[in-house]
Ligand binder design. Structure first.
Ligand SMILES: [Zn+2]
Ligand SMILES: [Zn+2]
Length: 679
């Protein structure tokens, strides 16, 4: 921490470490350069002290601030960042360094002017002790406190309980998690903090390190084997108290779990669909929590419909955090009618109003996030003579054109090939590039706004280890002002400077042939909107659609989750879909289409027979071709089972499993309880 240079040391700091007598000696050392080495040595031996900035009352004086802004803008910027990151009146220098502030001389100037005092403090080893002396305790808003008051007693008693923190984006769910985690850790227990996506781990773990110091561990697939081994051992030995990771972190060797957190619990990445074992980490977490007598806390601004349904039927406790912290408001949402834009010959795929908003945002030094839920450049190639698109030879899927590689790619089997000169169906050369992916959006904006610095985050740009983190770090540090990406960008990130969120193609999500498509679209819109205006500057949101009159959008623009829930539940009930019912899926895939069709029929008859007189308690949908009828040369047929209870579904899948075992390797049979995709 103090390696930044001995010239940055103040007498008061030296006194804190060495005492009164030490000052003279330390000065000598400082002049000969030995002090820096000494402090570094101590650092290695894990005497962990951190530099903190304490804001004085002068920071409340608008005139003084105004003057500072004019005369010393860099100092003013640092002060502003510190006041945003502070806990109590303290902000750690390491936190500011993460925000990109490196120049410590700014601190000294601010101290001289009376805006701050600088303090060295021991880094927190025991979060509970810290919580009691209140040093770094965040002041909670009443709704946050009310939620904690429900969770803490159960943690203290070591009783299983399930909670949902239903809080709008930016309502301070993380602070509630951390306070509750500190309680569990103070009781000598461990805490598991699950996230839907590993790219969320670095930002969260850094925040957690400020609270819990060395007791933080991370587990995810981007670690080297050695790193993973070490983290695993620290968990096993109990020195890691709070563990961050995706669904697989459930299998870490915990001793005594006191709490499991399921952050952004609506995300379907919690379900492992491929390969086996097919499990939903949300259900597994509940079972694990029950076994340990731990508390399970789920959190989301847009809870999974099934979770909210369980809350409404009394199976879990809902705590509502209805507003953003510090009185910040939710950003207003504006719909852009793409029909009109097209009729008037205005720009596409990024509309004129959105382009203008981007331009303004950049000019103000703020940032924007754009969601385009498809990757590649053009998403299909159409023949103007026969009207067919070029499909992957192995899958019933249109191939996507990637300009970066100059190839056509299948997003289901990764098959790649050169662009054909002619239509493979009719031989015509009248091929037309259609549809838009992330690559084309970046290209389009770069041409129209040459001043924009754009980053792209999708599966193609994040293939290598660490690339996620790198993109996010570059965006956070302001190296770019626009982040374009697939749904990855909608997931729980917290960038204070983002004031504009744009959604380019929500129609594509709404049109998916899946009973959950409205829920997905609602979540995606509200979550993306939630990235905007989290800092001190008000945010705005723009959504492009060819159907702006869609009634779903009315619930989105008022951030009315409960209104959406009631409407969607009525539909699901009427159609007999979950969460009012339970669902299972049996899928058969084979190279021979006839074999797939026959086997799924055999399975249906077998399941019905196994259920005997109870066969009528299940609604059997199909068998029929799956919406994605062929992937990697395999024909896919499926059967969907719907029932009011799980028991007959379990029995059917078990019967299907036993029968499938007699098939050998071919055809493949996939059994999926409560599937998250029916494609
Ligand atoms: Zn053709
Ligand atoms: Zn393919």
């Amino acid at each position: 921490m103090l390696r930044a240079g001995t010239e940055g040391l103040e007498d008061s700091h030296i006194k804190k470490i060495f005492g009164d007598q030490g000052i003279q000696q330390a000065h000598q050392w400082q002049q000969t350069g030995r002090l820096e080495a000494f402090l570094e040595w101590k650092q290695k031996n894990r005497v962990q002290q951190s530099l903190f900035i304490r804001l004085t009352s002068q920071c409340q004086d608008p005139e003084a601030l105004q003057k500072l802004k004019k005369r010393a803008p860099r100092q003013a910027a640092l002060l502003e960042a510190a006041s945003k990151l502070q806990s109590g009146l303290l902000c750690s220098w390491s936190l500011l360094q993460q925000e990109g502030f490196q120049d410590r001389s700014l601190l000294r100037s601010l101290e001289e002017k009376g805006f701050v005092t600088l303090e060295l403090m021991d880094r927190l080893r025991n979060p509970l002790a810290n919580r009691i002396d209140g040093g770094l305790c965040l002041s909670l808003e009443p709704a946050q406190k009310a939620a904690l008051d429900k969770i803490l007693p159960q943690i203290r008693k070591g009783l299983f309980g399930e909670h949902l923190l239903f809080g709008v984006t930016g309502s301070g769910k993380t602070e509630v998690y951390f306070q509750a985690a500190a309680e569990a850790i103070g009781l000598g227990k461990q805490v598991l903090y699950l996230v839907p996506e590993i790219s969320l781990v670095p930002q969260l773990a850094a925040k957690a390190a400020d609270w819990f110091g060395d007791e933080v561990a991370v587990l995810h697939s981007n670690l080297t084997d050695g790193q993973r081994f070490d983290e695993w051992r620290r968990i096993d030995q109990g020195s890691a108290k709070i563990v961050f990771g995706p669904r697989s972190a459930l299998f870490a060797p915990f001793h005594d779990l006191g709490m499991i957190i399921l952050d952004e619990e609506h995300e379907n990445t919690y379900k492992q669909s491929e390969p086996e074992p097919r499990y939903d980490a949300r259900d597994a977490a509940r079972i694990l929590a029950r076994a340990y007598g731990a508390v399970l806390v789920r959190g989301s601004a847009t809870p999974d419909l099934g979770t909210f349904f369980r809350g409404k039927t009394g199976k879990l406790t809902i705590s509502h955090l209805p507003s953003r912290i510090q009185g910040r408001s939710m950003p207003p949402i504006r719909w852009i009618d793409m029909n009109r834009e097209m009729r008037e010959g205005r720009p596409y795929p990024v509309s004129q109003p959105l382009l203008e908003a981007l331009k303004e945002t950049i000019a103000k030094g703020e940032q924007a996030i754009l969601l385009m839920n498809r990757r590649g450049f053009h998403t299909y190639i159409l023949c103007r003579d026969c009207g067919r698109s070029i499909e992957c030879p192995r899958c019933s899927i249109a191939m996507t054109f990637h300009r970066s590689s100059g190839q056509m790619k299948c997003h289901y089997c990764d098959y790649e090939t050169r662009l054909p000169g002619r239509c493979p169906h009719c031989g015509s050369s009248a091929l037309q590039y259609m549809g838009t992916g992330t690559e084309r959006v970046v290209d389009f904006i770069a041409q129209r706004l040459p001043e924009a610095k754009i980053l792209r985050m999708d599966m193609d740009s994040t293939r290598s280890i660490g690339s996620h983190t790198e993109i996010l770090r570059d965006f956070q540090s302001g190296k770019a002002n626009i982040l374009v990406g697939t749904q990855m960008v909608a997931k729980g990130f917290d960038f204070a400077k983002v004031t504009l969120a744009g959604i380019l193609h929500i129609d594509g999500v709404l049109n998916l042939p899946d009973y959950q498509s409205s829920e997905r679209a609602f979540q995606l819109m509200v979550q993306t909107a939630g990235r905007s205006g989290r800092g001190d500057w008000p945010g705005q949101v723009m959504v492009q659609s060819f159907f702006p009159q869609n009634p779903l959008f009315r619930a989105v623009e008022s951030y009315d989750y409960e209104g959406f829930y009631e409407h969607e539940m009525a539909l699901r009930r009427a159609l007999g879909y979950p969460p009012a019912t339970r669902l299972a899926r049996i899928l058969v895939s084979a190279y021979d289409e006839e074999a797939a069709a026959q086997r799924i029929e055999t399975i249906l008859q077998h399941c019905r027979k196994a259920l005997g007189p109870n066969a009528d308690s299940v609604t059997w949908l199909g068998p029929c071709k799956a919406p994605l009828e062929r992937i990697k040369n395999r024909w896919r047929y499926h059967l969907i089972l719907v029932s009011g209870s799980l028991a007959p579904l379990r029995r059917s899948l078990e019967a299907a499993r036993l029968l499938a075992a007699t098939f050998g390797d071919e055809p493949r049979v996939i059994l999926d309880m409560e599937p998250r995709s029916l494609l």
